[in-house]
Design a protein around this ligand. Sequence first.
Ligand code: ATP
Ligand code: MG
Length: 401
Amino acid sequence: MLYDLNSFLRQASPVLQQRLQWLIQTANTHNCACYLVGGCVRDWLLERPVGDIDVVVEGDAIALAKVWAAVWPDQLHTHPPFGTATLSWQDSSLDLISARSEYYPQPAALPVVSFANLAADLARRDFTINCLALRLINQPTELIDPQHGYADLQHGLIRVLHDLSFINDPTRILRAIRFAARLNFELEPQTAILLQHALPWLDQTTPARLWNELGLLLTEPSALVALSLADSWGVLNQLFGSGGWSASLNQQAQTLLANQSDQQLAIVWLLLMSQLAPSAAQTQTQRFSLPKPIRLMVEQWPQLVAFEATLSQTTLSAGQLDRLLSPFEPLLLEVWASNQATSIQHQIKYYLQYLRPIASILTGRDLQAQGIPAGPNYKTLLAEARERQLDQFEQANPNLC
Ligand code: ATP
Ligand code: MG
């Protein structure tokens, strides 16, 4: 089928349109074949918003990128071993990629690359729906579709290109989940079987490479669907040794995310880790180098669990509640509470909403002014004073708790 590139250009921002027009002219003038490939073609055909743009160049992409950077005031980053260059401007970017082929000397290891033509470049890709290409040319252009990805797009199928695909690169397992969840697609039956056979190879893949994909999966808008798929396909069990993503966990996540969508990674990670033994949760959190605030919350989780019995008593005063809960991150309290008895949820809400925001009246400076020598007893004195203050607050506001 022939496509008019102008309709691709029309959906792009004016800045990107200018650059792509220039690229079409420059490629034509220098007789250098350039192609839109991968996600941008897939998403455009699906009439979804087009994200980052990848352009494969049959030739030296870095040389072309340098010409680009001399014309446009964009930032240029090159990656010579792979012959790729990224051009960035304002809030957008475009990758220029020298067409390459890849060969996997060992399963789950990084590939050896060599420069090649578009056909070889498309043959190294993950799924049929991601090996579609459109030549950037000044006239209607044919959809290049060697793997029948267009048919799979229409049928909503994720299909690998060959039987060793997941074993060569097990991160494709996570990519398959991500695309299935995002696009509401299914695995083509043979691909589903191959994915199951390749699961053990996830253990041979470095945490950094796994996280490149896992991190994306957990931060996409469709992360909860992805987690349910990952659970039912045995991927969570393979990655974390146990645990999972039950319907009730999913419900908890939905409720928490409704109010705090900006904390998605922390929320889903804490819920995932809540299914593991504390030491396993900490090991996994370190293995994937989660950001420090999330690491701290995972470390605090067992201490909070240990307070469950104490919190079940509704006899705690406001001061006692504050003293017990103040060491914990508010988000951790909310995530943990989301699966607790109503009485505990109620106390945590009361603490977070009313007690935690109250500033202590007595400060270290006041103690100094009273001539009390500075020392470890300051901490005790200030804590006792705060406890009294909050108890008084509770007596004055009995209807809040
Ligand atoms: P997204 O919309 O999430 O960016 P995308 O398809 O553009 O989706 P990218 O991760 O940006 O995905 O990768 C760009 C292209 O590179 C993909 O479309 C795919 O063809 C190829 N690709 C990326 N990762 C792999 C991989 N692990 N194995 C094979 N091909 C890959
Ligand atoms: Mg992309």
